[in-house]
Design a protein around this ligand. Structure first.
Ligand code: BV8
Length: 229
C-alpha cells in the first residue's frame, strides 16, 4: 500500500508567529495599503517607485535576524524530509521562511519577495537589495527592467499545472494559515474534497472552513507540530 499523497497549502497565518503581518487581520497589510495601489500590474505601471518601495520594505524585513522560521515551518520541513510518499507544499506566501526551514518539495505559487524578474528577458534572479526603477537585469543588462518576482492580482499564479497534477492525485489536503479569500488557491479544497481527506489548521474558521472534513483552530506553532508528529 503506497503511503498517502499529501498536498499542503499555506498562507500568511503560518508566518504570523515569526513576526510577519498577515493580509486581512485587523493589523494586516491590506489595513495599511490598498491592493489597487501596490499589488496589481496597473499600479506598477502607474507608480513603479511606490510599488517597488512597498516590496523593498517587506523584503528588508526578511533580512531582520528576528524574523525566522517558527515551529510550524520547521515541522513541515521535518515532514518533507521523512515522508516516503508524494508530498507537495504549495505556499501563497512570498516570504522565504519555508525555504529557510528546509522544505524542499515546495512551490511559491505567488512568487518570492527575495527575487526579481526582468520585464525584458523574464529572467529571475536574487533581488539586489532595494529595487528601483533604474535597477539593471543581471542576465540581459537591460536597465530599469526589474520588477518584484511576485504574482499580483489579475496575474497568473506560478506552476499551476504542477499544482493541478498534485491536487489530482492527492489523498490528503491540508490548508494552514489562510483565510481562503484569494483564488485560485481558495478553490483547491473544492477540487479535491470529493476524493481526498481535507483538514484545515487555522487560528479561526476561514471562509472555506465548512468545506473541510475537519477544521482545528489555534496558533500554527501548536497545531502544525501536533499534526506532523
Ligand atoms: C488569478 C502576492 C487568473 C502579492 C497575492 C474567482 C472569484 C473571485 C475572485 C477571483 C477569482 N479568480 C480570480 C480572482 C481575482 C483574484 C482574487 O482572488 N481576488 C480576491 C481578493 C477576491 N485572484 C487573482 O487575481 C489571482 N490571479 O486568478 O489569475 C487565473 C486563475 C486561475 C488560473 C490561472 C489564472 C492572483 C492572486 C495572487 C495575488 N497576490 N500576493 C503580495 O504578497 O504582495 S495574494 C495575497 O493574498 C497573498 O499572497 C496571500 O498569500 C494571499 C492570501 O491571503 P492569506 O495568505 O490567506 O492571508 P490572510 O491575511 O488573508 O489570512 C491569514 C489567515 O491566517 C487568517 O485566516 C488568520 O485567521 C490566520 N492566522 C493568523 N494568525 C495565525 C493564523 N493561523 C494560524 N496561526 C496563526 N498564528
Amino acid at each position: 500500500m503506497a503511503p498517502p499523497k499529501i498536498v499542503i497549502l499555506t498562507g500568511a497565518g503560518i508566518s504570523r508567529e515569526s513576526g510577519l503581518h498577515t493580509f486581512r487581520d485587523p493589523d494586516g497589510i491590506w489595513a495599511r495599503h490598498r491592493i489597487e495601489d501596490v499589488a496589481t500590474p496597473e499600479a506598477f505601471a502607474r507608480t513603479p517607485a511606490l510599488v517597488q518601495g512597498f516590496y523593498n520594505a517587506r523584503r528588508a524585513q526578511l533580512r531582520d535576524p528576528a524574523i525566522r522560521p517558527n515551529a510550524a515551518h520547521e515541522a513541515l520541513a521535518e515532514l518533507d524530509a521523512r515522508w516516503p510518499g508524494e508530498l507537495l507544499l504549495v505556499t501563497q506566501n512570498v516570504d522565504d521562511l519555508h525555504d529557510r526551514a528546509g522544505s524542499r518539495r515546495l512551490i511559491h505559487m505567488h512568487g518570492e519577495l527575495a527575487k526579481a524578474r526582468c520585464l525584458r528577458c523574464e529572467g529571475v534572479s536574487p533581488a539586489p537589495g532595494d529595487l528601483t526603477p533604474a535597477s539593471t537585469c543581471p542576465d540581459c543588462d537591460a536597465a530599469g527592467s526589474l520588477r518584484p518576482h511576485v504574482v499580483w492580482f489579475g496575474e497568473m499564479p506560478l506552476e499551476m499545472e504542477r499544482i493541478g497534477q498534485a491536487l489530482e492525485g492527492c489523498d490528503l489536503f491540508v490548508s494552514i494559515g489562510t483565510s481562503g479569500a484569494v483564488y485560485p488557491a481558495a478553490g483547491f479544497v473544492r477540487e479535491v474534497r470529493h476524493r481526498a481527506d481535507t483538514l484545515e489548521l487555522n487560528l479561526e474558521p476561514s471562509e472555506g472552513s465548512h468545506l473541510f472534513d475537519e477544521a482545528r483552530h489555534g496558533p500554527a506553532t501548536q497545531l502544525v507540530p501536533a499534526f506532523v508528529r
